[in-house]
Write a protein that binds this ligand. Sequence first.
Ligand code: HEC
Length: 229
Amino acid sequence: MTATQLIALSTGVFALAIVSSSCSSPKQGAASPPAPAARQLWGEMKPVVSVKELMRDMIDPASDYVFDAIGGVDNKRGSLETLPKTEADWDKVRTGAVIMAEGAYLLKVPRPFAPPGDENHSTGPDPEELSPAQITAKLEHDPVLWNAKIEALRNVGLQVLDIVKRKDAKELWDAADNLDQACEACHLEYWYPGEKAFLRKLDKRLDDLYGLKALHPDRTRTPGMEPPK
Ligand code: HEC
């Protein structure tokens, strides 16, 4: 085959790829799933630890890189804000963001929720937590919801990555708030749903008293739901 033939052939293949991808692209718009070819993995994925251990040893420490990067104290001399300043400070925030944005998808790999024999605080009267079997049943009943919670966490990871690129330290406050909400929203659904009713009541009460706007005066986006543009 000559070089010209090769180019012609590859151009043809390329054109075919465009045609087939535009034919198969679903009509629902930007949020639709990628084409089947893009969905394939390079290899198998096998879990090593339970969800509980993944939380303890990966997701939780990763989130601390973000939570610990900011802080503030108010005292007699005024208020003092901690924000990332040096390259090393920003490196840590980026590490946390990457682990969360990428690591969130490890929650899509089927794995036990807790190590064998660990039933969580799910026994006795008024148990605080669901058992691993109850969590599994909830997930199997509505896998779309589980995946939505994963995407919410990933989106905050993306938001933080974007902030790191722009080194916009002030925005980290908003991101940390979103992060907290992304963790809690999943935990309230799958880990300790008993608290949900309680928190809802509390929210309503605070709203009645002060209005939710007073609690989140400078919120700019729905927690963890919108990826940064
Ligand atoms: C997609 C759902 C989901 C998201 C998002 C999520 N978690 Fe979890 N997490 C769980 C579930 C489910 C458990 C309970 C597993 C069990 O004990 O059976 C858990 C448990 C934990 C635990 C307890 C670990 C232990 O050793 O007892 C910690 C800590 C934790 N999560 C931290 C976090 C933090 C921090 C975030 C956000 C940065 C987060 N999680 C986001 C689902 C989630």
